[in-house]
Design a protein around this ligand. Sequence first.
Ligand SMILES: [Zn+2]
Length: 314
Amino acid sequence: MPSRYPIQDVLPDFSQEDCEHALFAAKWPTGFRCPRCGHSQYYQITTRQRPLLECRSCAHQTSLTAGTVLEGSRTPLMKWFQAMFLMQLGISARRLAELIGVTYKTAWLMNHKLRHAIGVRDLERPLDGDLQLLDEYYGYEYHRYLGSLLMQEALKPQPIVVGASVNGAGDIVYLKMKAGDGPESDDATRHSADSEETVERFVQKHVAHGAAHERAERLERGHRGQTALHVAWREAVRWLTWTFGGIGPKHLQAYLNEFCFRRLLRRNDMLAELISCCGTTETITYRRLVGTRSGIRPIPWAYRRPARRQRYTG
Ligand SMILES: [Zn+2]
């Protein structure tokens, strides 16, 4: 089992040249294209830390990382490639920070930028062919200190749709797990209606037009399901629990995208695909990452903290 060896021993030292070549090929798979005039010839300016490419026709200068997920990052290319390599193992930001020697915040941001690239690529590939759909809920219990009291609280369950294109043998060809909006109320009778809506939205957004989704096989929710989708969902929940102690609604979608990405690709193909995703996806800022709720509606007023009382001075 490779996972029993210390990860440090298998972590490659990517050379600066290897990283530049790989990112170049991911960004321009058919060769250099000037972003301004489309010309294919360039001069390389190597005096800077990050290589700069100058168009031979219009003299427009562009950097290798411009327009990629790595744009604007001061973290060395080599560490980015190590982070991509380590994403194949599905590790937490804390572990990533230790392994590649960056701060926790940097590691968290790197992981989330990689997940962003994975999510963008996934949106470009709707499900088609024979479909199976499974609607599930994701929730977990956690502990919180309130003064000196240890409280056990439960996260409001999020409806999730697990959808896959399957072959004749029922094996997964392509897999998606998408979080819907949280249920409006805790009333159990509302849940089934909510999950119907969630499935409907999933089909609209993630199933190719013209695909016979009315023939999609709906699987029954439950712990005992033995289909490939049930097994994949249980693996996802186990990963979220064991590696992170559970994930809240704000970033859940990003983690589910990462899980499906890893589940679909074999180890050898994964790094190349991840580099390709990063080379073709524009970056996302920290502010946007922490500001969005990934398609999840705001929590209904009843769950919000009571508004702070206005303070009058003087
Ligand atoms: Zn040009």
